[in-house]
Write a protein that binds this ligand. Structure first.
Ligand code: CAA
Length: 445
């Protein structure tokens, strides 16, 4: 069977940087440690006045297609995953294709375009759709472009405001890919939840604390389903474990629960039992409360063990590096985590070709998905071609006044007239509204 996976990735960050410790914390009257240590975030990427989900998606896709020498006719499918769409009918992928047609000679006339929605897990679902399309042989030799793009902004003074972010991750899905192939086993945990939603409104309604519990519950179910479906989860078999990262502190909470599950019945559990006792099993307790207390106590002890710490520092911590600098990119977040982990291997000069990733995606509302990927021999060249760290470095560091202004620009309920804070160069920009209320874009040389 043909191997299918991610052949190339390009990332576009919002051009503005909100420093959480230096700028946001003092204005909120909060200790900077809440952001840097508690949530694990140093800064958020925010969009300038002329940036939005379309410009970021189109800029990342343009760079990807140019670098890979692709023409529009080579692409048979464009799927955009987003939680920040501004139209209930016309998909963002049509706007992105329209932008790209301004700079390429050909067109996307015969490409199937769509938009995927299930909160942050939609990016992974769109990868899944592309995988199935190619595996079914319906691609006729063409490739799929999957783009996860979001402006993840919260209402002012919502606790989620600290976790904002904006950016796009464009991924080329193809046969015999250069970066990773997708393994067929999957696990899902999915339930009707009311923890984070955007009922036709721009800023989310969030029950932050509950959303964290729902994240953990769905991840546990997805892990159980993955194992039931034949997935291997032995912690030593994975180079990295990229999680959906709304903020790194969330991953810090999810990782020990995942590890506890992954070591069950393995040599690692036996070794751990000598140090901290065996894992409590539910059938050993009379009530669920007693079991919960025992498992909570066990998990605390687990996090103190060398085995756990070494695994976390090797396989999980490196995956939240980019996130800590840019915040939550919703649909793009787990795909940043994958790249972040691979950059760790690149920086360390470690060849991870043939090794696996265990990818844990999540979307509020709520659904988790777990699958494995195998790293391919072209991963180093692909990573070296990416410019994400230069882009992060080049962001314009905004003052709190500028933050207030730019937040209002992206608040659909406000009318503002704010000047751009950066100068666009060789990129797509938002260029005002058309006669039917459509957003318009142009390429700036
Ligand atoms: N030094 C060190 N740590 C500090 C500190 C200090 N001075 N002050 C606070 N902290 C710690 C706190 O102890 C806490 O850590 P623990 O949870 O480990 O105890 C952490 O910093 C955050 O502090 P609070 O809990 O007081 O923060 P908060 O209540 O103001 O907000 C939040 C936290 C609820 C997550 C909020 O940011 C939020 O609502 N975020 C949006 C929702 C979200 O991201 N949910 C995640 C799961 S849902 C999902 O994943 C989908 C998605 O992308 C949205």
């Amino acid at each position: 069977m043909t191997e299918v996976g991610i052949d190339a990735i390009e990332i576009e960050t919002g051009k503005l940087k909100l420093d959480l410790a230096e700028t946001f914390a003092p204005a909120q009257g909060e200790d900077p440690g809440k952001y840097t240590k508690g949530l694990g975030l140093d800064a958020s990427s925010l969009p300038d006045t002329y940036e939005d989900i379309v410009t970021m998606a189109a800029n990342a896709s343009h760079r990807l297609m140019k670098r890979k020498g692709l023409e529009p006719e080579d692409i048979g499918r464009i799927d955009v995953a987003t939680e920040s769409a501004f139209d209930n009918s016309k998909p963002v992928s049509t706007y992105v294709a329209g932008c790209l047609e301004q700079v390429f000679d050909g067109d996307f006339l015969h490409a199937n375009k769509g938009e995927r929605k299930f909160a942050c897990v939609a990016g992974t679902q769109a990868l899944d759709d592309a995988f199935n399309w190619i595996r079914a042989g319906r691609n006729q030799g063409r490739k799929a472009l999957v783009i996860a793009t979001d402006t993840a902004l919260y209402a002012r003074d919502d606790p989620g405001e600290a976790t904002q972010g904006a950016g796009a991750v464009a991924m080329l899905i193809d046969e015999n890919p250069d970066i990773v192939t997708f393994e067929p086993e999957q696990g899902f945990g999915s339930a009707d939840e009311t923890d984070f939603l955007k009922p036709n409104q721009q800023f989310p309604s969030v029950d932050g604390k509950r959303s964290m519990q729902v994240y953990l519950a769905r991840m546990r179910e997805a892990m159980q389903d993955f194992v039931r479906n034949g997935g291997d989860v032995h912690p030593e078999n994975f180079a990295y474990v990229p999680f959906h990262t709304p903020f790194p502190g969330m991953v810090r909470k999810a990782a020990p629960l995942g590890y506890r599950h992954c070591v069950r019945g393995t040599d690692i559990e036996e070794a751990l039992a000598e140090e901290i006792g065996p894992q409590p099993r539910s059938d050993e307790f009379d009530t669920s409360e007693e079991f919960l207390d025992a498992i909570t106590e066990y998990t605390k002890k687990l996090q103190e063990t060398d085995q756990y710490r070494e695994w976390y520092e090797r396989a999980v911590e490196p995956t939240v590096d980019i996130s800590s600098q840019v915040g939550n990119w919703y649909t793009g977040s787990v795909h940043l985590a994958r790249v972040s982990g691979l950059f760790d291997a690149l920086d360390a000069g470690r060849d991870v070709t043939g090794k696996q990733l265990l990818v844990a995606s999540y979307g509020s509302g709520a659904q988790a998905e777990i699958h494995a990927e195998t790293i391919q021999s072209g991963w180093q060249d692909e990573l070296e071609a990416m410019t994400i760290f230069e882009q992060i470095e080049d962001r314009h560091d905004i003052s709190f006044q500028e933050y207030e202004d730019i937040h209002d620009v992206h608040n659909h309920d406000e009318t503002t007239d704010v000047e751009p804070m950066t100068t666009p160069h060789e990129e797509f920009v938002f260029d005002g509204w058309g006669r039917m209320g459509e957003r318009q874009y142009r390429y700036v040389e």
